[in-house]
Design a protein around this ligand. Structure first.
Ligand code: UGA
Length: 435
């Protein structure tokens, strides 16, 4: 099938490359000529394991190409995906749909023959209706259907998530649209991935409900972790103890500094606003949003407490800046709020991240950057692990201990074994585990 992917950002690029790998003919479109030129030259603008190889293979095979020319690509396509950004609107937290609607207008002008327009971007309920209205208004003659096909990709594991999904959700109000999108995923039938065909609005809401539920799970275990600290219990064991109940499940029960990233913070906020607008507020999600917001600065207070109540004039070494490992993404990373709060309390910050330092420079101020974990720790008054990159799991505790000026280790991801760290002479603090 011929596919046009409007928007070659994270979602568009991963989905486009994976569809091409299934054997479809995919053109990824972006209005950013610099990005398209880089992609044509084989440079991938984001860090995602395996994506560079996947893109290279499919470009070589002639199934994947890049262009700034939307009209030509859409004209030839049977399915056109909208995979542009939907950032939080400044001021009110609603999803900003201007890029989606602008794409819809451009697509409308270019479609030819029966075309299925698929929203892949995370969009509030009813956006598909509006996309359909825009296209119909501009092109009363056009034959098309608008389908919602939300993505459930995790950064860092996106290719695997695309190719081995837990489920595929297709929201279509007509049979033809549902069939075309199901056919695109046909190679996955072999993996027996369940394909759910629902109404369009149901699919749109399913995406938000999934992210809000996962954010709730994380926030729940984070609050239980705080309680564990007060009563001398171990949150990892509590999480396992409840997670082994199939109805609960063990995943997304890792206590930490609060969720971040480009999806959960934005999507929980957007769901909250949509629900309020429809007179059906999701109060649980409202609480999750506020608890998670407060948690990040609370983590800074944890560091301050570990430093005997003050970080004024002290050098704090931070390991890991990105919102999670295996990405260079700094969007809504807990490290930002934690670092600002420590700076507000008078600390100097030195940081190291395996992939995120370039992005970090754009959002953090007054931070000194180290070239590896040990030099980051050199002469510091405390070491704080914020993001659990694998490379940090195998660090040599004796060497770290020697590098630090004071043996204070705050592990916000529960990566290390408390007894072992204590044996190495650290004053070790983690999240929700007996101190
Ligand atoms: C998330 C969802 O997991 C994807 O299914 C979804 O498609 C995506 O959002 C999206 O809407 O585009 P992602 O933001 O890449 O994916 O990252 P996650 O792995 O879900 O992690 C999100 C945040 O939660 C991170 O800050 C992570 O550290 C935190 N987290 C996750 C925890 O603190 N504890 C956990 O147990 C799990």
């Amino acid at each position: 099938m011929r596919v046009a992917m409007v928007g070659s950002g994270y979602v568009g690029l991963v989905s486009g490359a994976c569809f091409a790998d299934f054997g479809h003919e995919v053109v990824c479109i972006d209005r950013d000529a610099g990005k398209v030129a880089a992609l044509k030259a084989g440079r991938i603008p984001i860090f995602e394991p395996g994506l560079d190889d996947l893109v290279a293979t499919n470009v070589r095979a002639g199934r994947l190409s890049f262009t700034t020319e939307l009209a030509a690509a859409v004209h030839d396509a049977q399915a056109v995906f909208i995979a542009v950004g939907t950032p939080s609107r400044r001021g009110d937290g609603f999803a900003d749909l201007s890029f989606v609607y602008a794409a819809a207008r451009e697509i409308a002008a270019a479609i030819d023959g029966f075309t299925v327009v698929v929203t892949k971007s995370t969009v509030p309920v009813g956006t598909g209706d509006e996309v359909e209205r825009i296209i119909r208004e501009l092109r009363p003659d056009a034959e098309f259907s608008v389908v919602s096909n939300p993505e459930f990709l995790r950064e860092g594991a996106a290719i695997q998530d695309f190719k081995r999904p837990d489920r595929i959700v297709i929201g279509a109000n007509d049979e033809h649209g549902a069939r075309v999108v199901s056919d695109l995923y046909r190679p996955l039938y072999l993996n027996q991935a369940p394909i759910m065909v629902t109404g369009r609005r149901t699919a749109e809401l399913t995406k938000y409900a999934a992210n809000a539920f996962l954010a709730t799970k994380i926030t729940f275990i984070n609050e239980i972790a705080d309680l564990c600290e007060q009563v001398g219990a171990n949150v990892q064991e509590v999480a396992r103890g409840i997670g082994l109940d199939n109805r609960i499940g063990t995943k997304f029960l890792h206590a930490g500094p609060g969720y971040g990233g480009s999806c959960f913070p934005k999507d929980t906020l957007a769901l909250m606003k949509t629900a309020q607008d429809h007179g059906a507020p999701v109060r649980l999600v409202e609480t999750v949003v506020s608890v998670n917001d407060q948690r990040k600065r609370a983590m800074a207070r944890k560091v301050i407490a570990a430093c005997d109540g003050s970080v004024r004039g002290k050098l704090i070494a931070v390991l890991g800046l990105t919102f999670k490992p295996n990405t260079d993404d700094m969007r809504d990373a807990p490290s930002c709020a934690i670092i600002s709060a420590l700076q507000d309390a008078g600390a100097r910050i030195r940081a190291y991240d395996p992939e995120g330092m370039e992005q970090a420079r754009a959002v953090l101020t007054d931070v000194e950057y180290a070239t590896d974990a040990y030099s980051c720790a050199e002469g510091a008054d405390a070491l704080v692990l914020v993001t659990e990159w694998d490379a940090f799991r195998a660090l040599d505790p004796a060497r770290l201990r020697k590098a630090l000026a004071a043996p204070v280790l705050v592990d916000l991801r529960n990566v290390y074994v408390p007894e072992e760290m204590r044996r190495h002479g650290f004053h070790y603090t983690s999240v929700g585990r007996p101190q």
